[in-house]
Ligand binder design. Structure first.
Ligand code: HEM
Length: 236
């Protein structure tokens, strides 16, 4: 076998990983699309017309809370989509300028989503009461911290740390969709036991944490596995 053939063979598993990664990202985008579109549409409706009587999140007498919650939906739709773009290795390698600009928009939208969500929680609380408010507020803080750290380490050229914070941000950005997916899967599996309309059921109380905490822990464990290897296991 010639040198070119050997090199091709050596690169095959990596190529396979890249393709598998791209297919997985495409699949997630497809699955998340309805939620992204719903979030964009509801966000825009809430900012552009009176939704009194149509949405319980619209408060005619509390314009700051109303603007915050609907603006956060638009920011949220942007970060759910751009997290997937940022994860695509070929995009990062072939179009670094696109990666940088998409990253800047992602960070700005993440800060907006987190801050607006926190403002709404501070002013109105959530439908699930204190438990949900605490879990969602911590989620918002995590989103903002991850966004800030990812951009900070990119600017100072600390790319290993930038990558780790970028991955944390991506997991968090997908969290809101994961929250709904876990409800959908739970309903498919059990018909919806331990789910209450006021979000006080056992499943509700687990899911307010389970849409982001276990995934963040899993990612940290993954980083530890990677640290024992000579090069990152997954670079997309
Ligand atoms: C990651 C992207 C996010 C997207 C796409 C998103 C989208 C949405 C959507 C569409 C709703 C309305 C649900 C409905 O139709 O009733 C909602 C509700 C809400 N979101 Fe987000 N969100 C995101 C992130 C966040 C973050 C980071 C926070 C916390 C700071 C947050 C806090 C809230 C709160 C407090 C509510 C209202 C809960 C209630 O019903 O009382 N969201 N979100």
């Amino acid at each position: 076998m010639g040198k070119v053939g050997e090199r091709t063979l050596a690169r095959a598993p990596r190529r396979l990983r890249v393709w598998a990664g791209m297919i997985a990202l495409g699949l997630i985008l497809l699955l998340a699309w309805d939620f992204i579109a719903h979030s964009l549409e509801l966000g825009w409706q809430g900012l552009s017309r009176d939704l009194s009587g149509e949405s319980r999140l619209y408060w005619p007498d509390a314009p700051v809370a109303t603007v915050a919650i609907f603006a956060h939906m638009i920011g949220g739709a942007v970060i759910t989509t751009l997290a997937l773009v940022q994860l695509a290795g070929p995009v990062r390698r072939r179009w670094p300028v696109l990666h940088r600009w998409s990253g800047r928009v992602l960070v700005a939208a993440a800060l907006l989503t987190g801050a607006a969500g926190l403002i709404y929680i501070g002013l109105r609380g959530t439908i699930g009461g204190l438990d949900m408010s605490v879990a969602f507020a911590l989620y918002g803080i995590c989103v903002m911290v991850a966004a800030g750290q990812a951009v900070r380490f990119a600017r100072t050229g600390q790319f290993a740390r930038h990558r780790r914070w970028g991955l944390r941000l991506a997991i968090l950005a997908l969290g809101s969709w994961i929250y709904r997916m876990q409800y959908a899967l739970w309903f498919m599996a059990t018909g919806g036991i331990w789910v209450e309309s006021d979000f006080s059921g056992a499943f509700d109380l687990v899911n307010i944490w389970a849409f982001y905490v276990p995934y963040l822990i899993g990612l940290e464990l993954w980083f530890r596995v990677e640290a024992r290897r000579p090069e990152p296991v997954w670079t997309g």
